[in-house]
Every structure is written in C-alpha cells, then in structure tokens.
Design a protein around this ligand. Structure first.
Ligand SMILES: [Cu+2]
Length: 124
C-alpha cells in the first residue's frame, strides 16, 4: 500500500511538473518600445534567451531595435529574422541595431541561428 501511495505521489508530481513546464512559462515577458521624436527604439537583451520575448512597436513609426549581446554560448550568437532577410552575428556586434519595418501591422518572428530560441516583434 505504501508503494502504491508513493507511485501515485510520484505520478502526481510528474504531472504537476509537466503542467508547470507547459503553462508556467505561458506568460511571456513583453515590453512596448520607447517613443521619442517620432521614432521608436526598443532593446532586446540576449542572455539565455530573449528579454523581452515580445516587443511591441507602434505601427507607422520608424523603429530600430537594438540586440544587446550578453550571452557567451554559440547557440545565441546569431539572431535571424528570416522574414526580413537579416542575420546578425552578435559575437562580432555586441549592440546590433536592426531596422524594423512598421508600415503594416503584424508579427515578426526571429530566432537564434539554430532556431532553438524564439522572440517576436509585434507591430500594432
Ligand atoms: Cu540556438
């Protein structure tokens, strides 16, 4: 009976872990880019992922997003915007500025060179 109880407890703990893994991270960090003098500037810190994961830009305002490299791993050394044809080597450029088109609303996804880490820019 005790063994059964332990198995059930272990199973419950595992299910809890799985739920936490999928739903605990559900709330992504997000931020609105700063607006000044008819331009907007955003910053994404690259350190074990992208912070914020979602950056909001205002539609129709010229935008520049700076990727600040604080990570040493090869995994995050490149940031790739496949829809914009941009591939920056952050190991060479610690502060990489990327012009983001804001003429139309929508989501612009980006990822590390291997497609393991993902971030998003939302124009709205
Ligand atoms: Cu990677």
């Amino acid at each position: 009976m005790l063994v059964n109880g332990l198995v059930i407890l272990a199973a419950a703990a595992l299910i809890g872990l799985i739920i936490w893994w999928f739903f605990g991270n559900f709330q992504k960090s997000s931020q609105q880019a700063d607006l000044a003098n008819g331009r907007q500037e955003g910053q994404v810190v690259v350190k074990g992922g992208y912070e914020p994961e979602v950056l909001y830009l205002k539609q129709g305002v010229p935008a520049e997003v700076t990727f600040k490299m604080e990570d040493k791993t090869a995994c995050l050394s490149h940031v790739v915007f496949s829809s914009l044809g941009v591939d920056k080597d952050l190991s060479k450029e610690k502060l990489a500025k990327i012009q983001i088109p804001t003429d139309k609303a929508g989501e612009i996804d980006y990822a590390c060179g291997m497609g393991m880490f993902h971030g998003k820019i939302v124009v709205r």
